[in-house]
Design a protein around this ligand. Structure first.
Ligand code: SF4
Length: 442
């Protein structure tokens, strides 16, 4: 009988796609991949450093795994393992700690999955984080959308962020390998590919190319698919990318553009690479260039020095911007960052209150955006889940649409005329299925 492995991911979509690659290594070595709730022989936990209480969270998951099988071999990897290997090796029951480079060659670090008294640690130093682990995964609940890692690491120095320490400098998948992988994903019949990375807009830096040139090549490939950029730093969203997005029906009409703070003072302390004026102009440009574009925004509340005045500056800035939704993060102190040493740490209860206020604002923004689309046509990719007779899908401009379940709509680009809002979804009438050959005017 095959040995069984169960995997658990904390954190971002990039981590999810990398967990999927770790799973593949196990399958190639004769393992069966099972649910985390099963009695697996090996449990792998892919950690994150962005989540608050990373250690506590990791400890709880290790305990959960050991409840399922007290003799299981426990592997912990990912960003948190890279940054705090000793801390993790001291968690009861952990057998192996692997850093960011090592997780892609897991089997070269274990000869047998036998528990020993002490945990083994294999973690390269940050300076050595230069490997590029291939990773792609499907959206867990859809089988229609695939996350595809094209870039890793970051050269920026945002004062709150430990990702550059956990993942190293910016590096990209070379173009020919990328196109091979991309075609492999297409051959599995995924219709939406989400280009993922730590700083996707930085793609190609050391390769003498850039994201725009890559997008041009990808949309020239034949096939019935669309591309989404998971997130792009404001300073990297160029006019070329914008024009290409406007003119190509293979590029989704959606951008996720981190802001982090709407206060000039806080943006500076965060060491972000743009001003609020630049961000304001960018959002308006995107909105006026691309009709009905969906715009998502990351924002952090409770950064040191964010008093009531700075928070309200952020709140009002966001309120006035023509954006569609927010992803709100609460600042939490991270060792080895500049921000942890800054004055004016914000009490936790105030951070929570601000988070809540922005979440409510996000709901309002989403509702207003959906409402602005009533009577308009959107292109939806319906997923295969049937929940109480209903199915859901995302439009190109990132509207969540629900519709009565219809098998013939699954994994097809479908035109929907939006006619109703039913928070947090929109509803509409099916106009038809379509896919027209891409025409690009650049
Ligand atoms: S851009 Fe800033 S926040 Fe994003 S990964 Fe790089 S350093 Fe971190």
């Amino acid at each position: 009988m095959n040995q069984k492995v169960a995997l658990h991911t904390l954190g971002c979509k990039l981590n999810f796609s990398e967990t999927s690659t770790i799973g593949k290594q196990f399958k190639q070595n004769g393992f069966e991949v099972v649910e985390f709730s099963e009695k697996a022989d090996v449990f792998v936990i892919n950690t994150c450093t962005v989540t608050a209480n990373a250690e506590k969270e990791c400890r709880q998951i290790v305990r959960r795994a050991l409840r399922n099988n007290p003799n299981a071999f426990i592997v912990v990897t990912g960003c948190y393992a890279q940054l705090r290997p000793e801390e993790i090796s001291n968690i009861n029951g952990v057998d192996l700690v692997l850093g960011s480079n090592e997780k892609f060659n897991l089997f070269s670090y274990v000869d047998s999955f036998q528990k020993k008294e002490l945990a083994c640690i294999y973690v390269s130093s940050t300076e050595e984080l230069n490997q590029f682990g291939l990773a792609a995964s499907s959206d867990a609940d859809s089988r229609t959308r695939a996350y595809f890692k094209i870039q890793d690491g970051c050269d920026y120095k945002c004062s709150f962020c430990t990702i550059p320490l956990a993942r190293g400098l910016s590096r990209s998948l070379n173009e020919s390998e990328l196109i091979n992988q991309f075609q492999d994903i297409l051959s599995q019949n995924y219709k939406e590919i989400i280009l993922t990375g730590v700083n996707v807009g930085d793609y190609g830096k050391a390769l003498d190319t850039n994201l725009y040139k890559l997008l041009l090549k990808l949309i020239a490939l034949e096939g019935d698919y669309r591309l989404r950029i998971s997130s792009i730093e404001p300073n990297l969203l160029t006019d070329e990318i914008l024009t290409l997005t406007k003119n190509s029906n293979k590029l989704t009409k959606h951008f996720h553009i981190p802001l982090q703070s709407g206060s000039a003072k806080i943006l500076k302390l965060m060491q972000r690479r743009y001003t609020k004026e630049y961000y304001f102009d960018l959002i308006h440009k995107v909105k006026s260039e691309i009709p009905n574009v969906g715009i998502g925004v990351d924002v952090i509340v409770g950064f040191p020095g964010e008093g009531e005045e700075e928070f309200l500056e952020t709140y009002n800035f966001l309120k006035e911007l023509p954006i569609s939704y927010l992803h709100v993060f609460t600042y939490s102190e991270r060792p080895d960052t500049k921000a942890i040493t800054m004055e004016g740490q914000v009490p936790i209860n105030i951070r929570r209150k601000r988070n809540n206020m922005l979440r409510i604002l996000s709901e309002k923004k989403r509702h207003e955006f959906y409402e602005s689309l009533i009577g308009k046509k959107v292109e939806v990719l319906f997923e295969n889940d049937n929940v109480n007779g209903m199915m859901k899908g995302f439009s190109s401009n990132y509207v969540r649409i629900v519709h009565e379940y219809d098998e013939t709509l699954i994994n097809k680009f479908t035109e929907v005329l939006i006619n109703k809002i039913s928070d947090p979804f929109a509803k509409g009438e099916i106009i038809g299925q379509k896919y027209s050959v891409d025409t690009v005017n650049v």
